[in-house]
Design a protein around this ligand. Structure first.
Ligand code: B16
Ligand code: MG
Length: 214
Protein backbone atom coordinates (compact mmCIF):
# COMPACT_ATOMS: atom_id res chain seq x y z
CA UNK A 1 0.00 0.00 0.00
CA UNK A 2 1.64 3.18 -1.23
CA UNK A 3 1.57 6.18 1.10
CA UNK A 4 4.15 8.55 -0.38
CA UNK A 5 5.61 9.62 -3.71
CA UNK A 6 9.15 10.97 -3.87
CA UNK A 7 9.96 13.00 -6.95
CA UNK A 8 13.29 13.59 -8.52
CA UNK A 9 13.50 17.23 -9.61
CA UNK A 10 15.74 17.60 -12.68
CA UNK A 11 14.09 15.76 -15.55
CA UNK A 12 10.86 14.83 -13.74
CA UNK A 13 9.30 18.04 -12.40
CA UNK A 14 11.16 20.41 -14.67
CA UNK A 15 13.40 19.98 -17.68
CA UNK A 16 16.54 21.38 -16.13
CA UNK A 17 18.34 18.33 -17.54
CA UNK A 18 18.67 20.27 -20.81
CA UNK A 19 20.35 23.19 -19.00
CA UNK A 20 22.77 20.88 -17.18
CA UNK A 21 23.61 19.43 -20.58
CA UNK A 22 24.15 22.83 -22.21
CA UNK A 23 26.41 23.98 -19.38
CA UNK A 24 28.48 20.78 -19.31
CA UNK A 25 28.76 20.83 -23.11
CA UNK A 26 30.02 24.41 -22.99
CA UNK A 27 32.65 23.40 -20.45
CA UNK A 28 33.72 20.39 -22.53
CA UNK A 29 33.99 22.53 -25.67
CA UNK A 30 36.05 25.09 -23.79
CA UNK A 31 38.36 22.28 -22.69
CA UNK A 32 38.62 21.21 -26.32
CA UNK A 33 36.41 18.15 -26.68
CA UNK A 34 32.91 17.14 -27.75
CA UNK A 35 30.19 16.06 -25.34
CA UNK A 36 27.11 14.26 -26.67
CA UNK A 37 23.62 13.79 -25.25
CA UNK A 38 24.47 10.13 -24.88
CA UNK A 39 27.51 11.05 -22.76
CA UNK A 40 25.19 13.26 -20.74
CA UNK A 41 23.02 10.30 -19.64
CA UNK A 42 25.88 9.25 -17.35
CA UNK A 43 25.73 12.59 -15.54
CA UNK A 44 22.02 12.55 -14.75
CA UNK A 45 21.25 12.26 -11.05
CA UNK A 46 24.95 12.22 -10.17
CA UNK A 47 26.45 14.99 -7.99
CA UNK A 48 28.18 18.03 -9.48
CA UNK A 49 31.74 16.92 -8.64
CA UNK A 50 31.14 13.34 -9.75
CA UNK A 51 29.64 14.66 -12.98
CA UNK A 52 32.81 16.65 -13.56
CA UNK A 53 34.95 13.54 -12.99
CA UNK A 54 32.93 11.67 -15.64
CA UNK A 55 33.18 14.60 -18.04
CA UNK A 56 36.96 14.81 -17.63
CA UNK A 57 37.22 11.06 -18.16
CA UNK A 58 35.22 11.36 -21.41
CA UNK A 59 37.56 14.13 -22.60
CA UNK A 60 40.66 12.31 -21.39
CA UNK A 61 41.72 15.33 -19.32
CA UNK A 62 43.67 15.31 -16.10
CA UNK A 63 43.58 18.39 -13.90
CA UNK A 64 44.44 19.11 -10.27
CA UNK A 65 41.88 19.40 -7.47
CA UNK A 66 41.92 23.17 -7.40
CA UNK A 67 41.21 23.38 -11.12
CA UNK A 68 38.37 20.86 -10.66
CA UNK A 69 36.69 23.16 -8.15
CA UNK A 70 37.06 26.10 -10.50
CA UNK A 71 35.63 24.17 -13.45
CA UNK A 72 32.65 22.97 -11.40
CA UNK A 73 32.01 26.52 -10.24
CA UNK A 74 32.18 27.79 -13.79
CA UNK A 75 29.65 25.22 -14.99
CA UNK A 76 27.38 26.04 -12.07
CA UNK A 77 27.53 29.74 -12.89
CA UNK A 78 26.35 29.10 -16.46
CA UNK A 79 23.73 26.67 -15.22
CA UNK A 80 22.38 29.21 -12.70
CA UNK A 81 22.01 31.78 -15.48
CA UNK A 82 19.52 29.41 -17.09
CA UNK A 83 17.59 28.34 -13.99
CA UNK A 84 17.12 31.80 -12.54
CA UNK A 85 15.38 32.78 -15.80
CA UNK A 86 12.91 29.89 -15.62
CA UNK A 87 9.26 30.30 -14.74
CA UNK A 88 6.14 28.17 -14.23
CA UNK A 89 5.82 27.54 -17.96
CA UNK A 90 8.78 25.15 -17.67
CA UNK A 91 7.03 22.77 -15.29
CA UNK A 92 6.76 19.51 -17.25
CA UNK A 93 3.34 18.46 -18.62
CA UNK A 94 1.05 16.67 -16.18
CA UNK A 95 3.13 17.44 -13.07
CA UNK A 96 0.69 19.82 -11.38
CA UNK A 97 -2.38 17.66 -12.07
CA UNK A 98 -0.70 14.48 -10.90
CA UNK A 99 0.45 16.04 -7.62
CA UNK A 100 -3.08 17.34 -7.08
CA UNK A 101 -4.48 13.84 -7.66
CA UNK A 102 -2.00 12.37 -5.18
CA UNK A 103 -2.96 14.86 -2.48
CA UNK A 104 -6.68 14.24 -3.06
CA UNK A 105 -5.96 10.57 -2.43
CA UNK A 106 -4.04 11.21 0.80
CA UNK A 107 -0.63 10.40 -0.68
CA UNK A 108 2.28 12.45 0.66
CA UNK A 109 4.66 14.11 -1.78
CA UNK A 110 8.32 15.03 -1.43
CA UNK A 111 11.36 15.99 -3.49
CA UNK A 112 14.51 13.87 -3.55
CA UNK A 113 17.15 15.60 -5.64
CA UNK A 114 20.94 15.50 -5.84
CA UNK A 115 20.93 19.15 -6.81
CA UNK A 116 22.26 21.88 -4.55
CA UNK A 117 20.20 24.28 -6.68
CA UNK A 118 16.89 22.65 -5.76
CA UNK A 119 15.48 25.61 -3.80
CA UNK A 120 16.43 28.09 -6.53
CA UNK A 121 14.63 25.94 -9.11
CA UNK A 122 11.52 25.40 -6.96
CA UNK A 123 11.36 29.14 -6.30
CA UNK A 124 11.69 29.95 -10.01
CA UNK A 125 8.78 27.64 -10.90
CA UNK A 126 6.81 28.64 -7.79
CA UNK A 127 6.49 25.12 -6.35
CA UNK A 128 8.24 25.37 -2.97
CA UNK A 129 4.99 24.91 -1.07
CA UNK A 130 3.79 21.87 -3.03
CA UNK A 131 6.00 19.41 -1.16
CA UNK A 132 5.82 18.15 2.41
CA UNK A 133 9.53 17.43 2.45
CA UNK A 134 12.40 18.63 0.28
CA UNK A 135 15.65 16.67 0.45
CA UNK A 136 18.33 18.13 -1.80
CA UNK A 137 22.04 17.97 -2.50
CA UNK A 138 22.80 20.15 0.52
CA UNK A 139 21.26 17.65 2.92
CA UNK A 140 23.01 14.49 1.79
CA UNK A 141 26.53 13.13 2.11
CA UNK A 142 26.21 10.51 -0.64
CA UNK A 143 24.56 11.27 -3.98
CA UNK A 144 22.50 8.85 -6.09
CA UNK A 145 22.89 5.89 -6.77
CA UNK A 146 23.23 5.83 -2.98
CA UNK A 147 19.70 5.63 -1.49
CA UNK A 148 20.37 8.30 1.18
CA UNK A 149 18.36 11.09 -0.47
CA UNK A 150 15.21 8.96 -0.72
CA UNK A 151 15.60 7.34 2.71
CA UNK A 152 15.83 10.81 4.27
CA UNK A 153 12.70 11.76 2.34
CA UNK A 154 10.76 8.76 3.63
CA UNK A 155 11.97 9.50 7.15
CA UNK A 156 10.91 13.15 6.92
CA UNK A 157 7.42 12.05 5.83
CA UNK A 158 7.41 9.28 8.44
CA UNK A 159 6.57 6.63 5.83
CA UNK A 160 8.30 3.23 5.45
CA UNK A 161 10.50 2.81 2.34
CA UNK A 162 8.37 -0.09 1.08
CA UNK A 163 5.36 2.26 1.07
CA UNK A 164 7.16 4.80 -1.13
CA UNK A 165 7.31 5.21 -4.90
CA UNK A 166 10.14 7.16 -6.49
CA UNK A 167 9.70 8.93 -9.85
CA UNK A 168 13.05 9.18 -11.62
CA UNK A 169 14.48 10.03 -15.04
CA UNK A 170 18.04 8.81 -14.33
CA UNK A 171 19.46 5.32 -14.06
CA UNK A 172 21.42 6.44 -10.97
CA UNK A 173 18.15 7.55 -9.37
CA UNK A 174 16.27 4.35 -10.19
CA UNK A 175 19.15 2.39 -8.67
CA UNK A 176 19.02 4.59 -5.55
CA UNK A 177 15.28 3.92 -5.14
CA UNK A 178 15.67 0.16 -5.54
CA UNK A 179 18.62 0.05 -3.13
CA UNK A 180 16.46 1.96 -0.64
CA UNK A 181 13.76 -0.73 -0.84
CA UNK A 182 11.27 1.48 -2.69
CA UNK A 183 9.29 1.12 -5.88
CA UNK A 184 10.72 3.01 -8.83
CA UNK A 185 8.79 4.48 -11.73
CA UNK A 186 11.06 5.56 -14.54
CA UNK A 187 10.10 8.74 -16.35
CA UNK A 188 11.56 8.61 -19.84
CA UNK A 189 12.76 5.83 -22.08
CA UNK A 190 12.41 2.11 -21.13
CA UNK A 191 15.67 1.41 -22.98
CA UNK A 192 17.53 3.56 -20.47
CA UNK A 193 15.50 2.95 -17.29
CA UNK A 194 15.72 -0.84 -17.34
CA UNK A 195 15.77 -1.38 -13.56
CA UNK A 196 12.53 0.51 -12.90
CA UNK A 197 9.34 -1.34 -11.85
CA UNK A 198 7.40 0.63 -14.47
CA UNK A 199 8.34 3.24 -17.05
CA UNK A 200 6.17 6.13 -18.28
CA UNK A 201 7.16 8.73 -20.88
CA UNK A 202 6.12 11.67 -18.64
CA UNK A 203 3.52 12.53 -15.99
CA UNK A 204 0.84 13.57 -18.46
CA UNK A 205 -2.54 11.88 -17.86
CA UNK A 206 -1.13 9.51 -15.26
CA UNK A 207 -3.84 8.06 -13.03
CA UNK A 208 -3.63 7.10 -9.37
CA UNK A 209 -3.72 3.42 -10.51
CA UNK A 210 -0.04 3.75 -11.40
CA UNK A 211 0.60 3.23 -7.68
CA UNK A 212 -0.75 -0.36 -7.79
CA UNK A 213 2.10 -2.86 -8.00
CA UNK A 214 0.28 -6.11 -7.25
P1 B16 B 1 23.79 20.72 -8.94
P2 B16 B 1 18.25 15.39 -9.69
C1 B16 B 1 20.74 16.16 -10.24
O1 B16 B 1 19.43 16.47 -9.90
C2 B16 B 1 20.94 16.21 -11.74
O2 B16 B 1 20.21 15.19 -12.39
C3 B16 B 1 22.39 16.00 -12.06
O3 B16 B 1 22.60 16.06 -13.45
C4 B16 B 1 23.22 17.09 -11.34
O4 B16 B 1 24.59 16.92 -11.59
C5 B16 B 1 22.93 17.01 -9.85
O5 B16 B 1 21.56 17.17 -9.63
C6 B16 B 1 23.68 18.07 -9.07
O6 B16 B 1 23.17 19.31 -9.42
O7 B16 B 1 25.03 20.96 -9.71
O8 B16 B 1 22.67 21.66 -9.27
O9 B16 B 1 24.04 20.61 -7.45
O10 B16 B 1 18.02 14.76 -11.02
O11 B16 B 1 18.71 14.45 -8.61
O12 B16 B 1 17.08 16.26 -9.26
MG1 MG C 1 16.80 13.66 -12.56
Amino acid sequence: NIKACLFDLDGVIVNTAKYHYLAWKRLANELGFEFSEEDNERLKGVSRMESLEILLEIGNKEVDENTKLKLAEKKNGWYREYITKMDESEILPGVKDFIKTLKENGIKVAIGSSSKNTMTILESINMVNEFEAIIDGNKISKAKPDPEVFLLGAEALDIKPEECVVFEDATAGVEAAKRGGMYAIGVGSPDILKEADKVIPNLENVSIDILNFE
